[in-house]
Design a binder for this molecule. Structure first.
Ligand SMILES: Cc1cc2nc3c(=O)[nH]c(=O)nc-3n(C[C@H](O)[C@H](O)[C@H](O)COP(=O)(O)OP(=O)(O)OC[C@H]3O[C@@H](n4cnc5c(N)ncnc54)[C@H](O)[C@@H]3O)c2cc1C
Length: 402
C-alpha cells in the first residue's frame, strides 16, 4: 500500500528549485500541514497521559507507517516515501511541536537505524531490513553509546568475535532509544582490539533473538514517553552476514550517520521550541495583570521577539543543513551548527515560555512545563553541545572551511 507521503514525493522532486528558496514549495507545505493535523488530532490529546505513564505509544506505529513517516527519506523501491531532508525536517518539527517523545522516536527510527542500513548495507541486507523498517513493520534502534563510551564513542568495549558462521557479541549499550520496544538494531562492536576506532564494526541484530535483551529502562527528566533502555548482549550469536560493510568500518559509518541524525535533533529542538513559543504567545494574550494582557508589557514583548527571532535562525540553519544533504553535499559542520544552535535555542525558549506563564508554567496544567523538561535532551543526545563545538572547530581548522 502506498503511503500518503509517497504519493506526494514525485511532485516534490519535480518542483524542487535548483538553488535555494526561503519559501517551502506547495507540496512541502502540504506535507507539513498533513503532519501538523495528524499531530494535533492523534497525538496532542494523549501527550500528558503517555508522559506520566512513561509509556511508549506503540499503537501509533500503524498510522505513522500509513502516513509514510517511518520511511520519510527512503526511496519507494525500499518501501519509503522518497522525500527530501527538507520534508524530513518539517515532519520531525511538526511531531515535536506537539510531542518531543514521538519526534525523537521517529527521528531515531529514520535517521539512525534505517539510514545506517540504507547508506552502508548490501543490497540483500537492504531488501531484508530497510524495506520493513521503512514500511513501519519493524521498529528500529541504533546503539553506539556505552557506559564508558559516551562522548568518546571510540572507547567502545562491546566485542564481536567470529566463531564459524556467526559473530558472537558481548557487552552492553546505554541510553538506546527503542532499546526495550524495538525489533531490530544496528549496534557497534569491536572486532579488532588493536586497531582503535578502525577496529569497530557495525552489525544489524534482531532484537527478538537469543543472547540480547533490554536491561535498565531509564526513568527520565523529559521525553518520558520515548523508550530509552540499556541493551545487554551475552554470547549473542549473530549470523556472519549481519556485518554491515567491511570489518572496521563501523565507527566511520556511525559518524556519517550522525551527520544526518543531527539534522533530525535540530528539527526536534526546533519543533519543541516552536511548541513552547506557541503556548507562551497564546497565554500572554489571555493572561491579564494590572488590568491588561501581559503581552502589552514590554518585558514580555521582548521575550516573544527574542524567542521568535532565535527560532527563525535555528530553522534557517536546520533547513540549510537539510538542503545540503538533499544536494549531495557534505554537511558535517553545518549539521553540527544546526544541532548546536537549535538545541541551545530550545532550552532558552522553553525557559522563557515557563517565565511568561508565571506560576502556572510551573504546573503540569500547562504545556510549558513539559517543553521545559523535554528540550534538555537536545543539548545532550547525538553529541553534547560541547562535542558539537569540537566538531565545528575541527572542521574550521582542518579544512580551512569558513
Ligand atoms: C534520551 C536519550 C536518548 C539517547 N538515545 C541514544 C541512542 O538511541 N543511541 C545511542 O547510541 N545513544 C543514545 N543516547 C546517548 C547520548 O548520545 C549520550 O548521552 C551523549 O552522547 C553523551 O554521552 P554521555 O551521556 O556518556 O556523557 P559524557 O560523555 O560522559 O559527557 C559528560 C559531560 O562531559 C562533557 N565532555 C565529554 N568529553 C568532552 C570533551 N572532550 N571536551 C569537552 N567536554 C566534554 C560532555 O559534553 C558532557 O557535558 C541517548 C541519550 C539520551 C539522554
Amino acid at each position: 500500500m502506498s503511503s500518503v507521503l509517497e504519493s506526494q514525493s514525485t511532485q516534490v522532486a519535480a518542483a524542487a528549485p535548483a538553488g535555494f528558496s526561503f519559501q517551502l514549495t506547495e507540496e512541502q507545505r502540504a506535507v507539513k500541514k498533513m503532519v501538523r493535523e495528524f499531530a494535533e488530532s492523534e497525538i496532542a490529546p494523549h501527550v500528558m497521559e503517555w508522559d506520566e505513564a512513561q509509556r511508549y505509544p506503540r499503537e501509533l506505529m500503524g498510522t505513522l507507517a500509513e502516513l509514510g513517516l517511518l520511511g520519510v527519506l527512503f526511496p519507494e523501491e525500499y518501501g519509503g516515501a522518497g522525500l527530501t531532508y527538507i520534508d524530513y525536517v518539517n515532519v520531525i518539527e511538526e511531531l515535536s511541536r506537539v510531542d518531543g517523545s514521538v519526534g525523537i522516536s521517529v527521528a531515531a527510527h529514520n535517521s539512525l537505524c534505517t539510514n545506517h542500513l540504507f547508506l552502508f548495507a548490501s543490497e540483500e541486507q537492504k531488501r531484508k531490513w530497510v524495506t520493513p523498517l521503512a514500511q513501519g513493520k519493524l521498529l528500529g534502534a541504533w546503539g553506539l553509546t556505552e557506559a564508558e563510551a559516551g562522548s568518546d564513542s571510540g572507547g567502545t568495549k562491546t566485542t564481536a568475535v567470529l566463531d564459524g558462521d556467526a559473530w558472537v557479541l558481548n557487552g552492553s549499550k546505554n541510553f538506546i532509544t527503542h532499546g526495550s520496544v524495538g525489533d531490530v538494531a544496528v549496534l557497534m562492536a569491536v572486532t579488532d582490539k588493536t586497531a582503535g576506532k578502525r577496529g569497530i564494526s557495525a552489525f544489524v541484530i534482531d532484537l527478538h533473538q537469543k543472547g540480547i535483551h533490554a536491561g535498565k529502562k531509564e526513568n527520565k527528566l523529559g521525553l518520558r514517553a520515548s523508550d530509552t533502555a540499556t541493551l545487554v548482549m551475552e554470547d549473542c550469536r549473530v549470523p556472519k552476514e549481519n556485518l554491515i560493510g567491511a570489518p572496521g568500518e563501523g565507527f566511520i559509518q556511525s559518524m556519517k550517520v550522525l551527520d544526518g541524525g543531527r539534522i533530525s535533533i535540530a528539527a526536534l529542538a526546533l519543533g519543541m521550541a516552536q511548541g513552547a513559543f506557541d503556548c507562551a504567545f497564546e497565554y500572554s494574550k489571555q493572561r491579564k495583570q494590572f488590568g491588561k494582557p501581559i503581552s502589552e508589557f514590554q518585558s514580555i514583548q521582548n521575550y516573544l521577539a527574542d524567542m521568535a527571532t532565535e527560532i527563525d535562525a535555528a530553522r534557517l540553519l536546520t533547513y540549510r543543513a537539510g538542503w545540503m544533504k538533499d544536494n549531495g553535499m557534505s554537511s558535517t559542520k553545518e549539521s553540527s551548527m544546526a544541532k548546536l544552535y537549535a538545541g541551545e535555542v530550545s532550552v532558552r525558549v522553553a525557559n522563557l515560555a515557563v517565565q511568561i506563564h508565571g506560576g502556572y508554567g510551573f504546573t503540569k496544567d500547562f504545556k510549558a512545563e513539559k517543553f521545559y523538561r523535554d528540550v534538555k535532551l537536545c543539548t545532550i543526545g547525538e553529541g553534547t553541545s560541547e562535542i558539537q563545538r569540537m566538531v565545528i572547530a575541527r572542521q574550521l581548522l582542518r579544512a580551512g572551511d569558513r
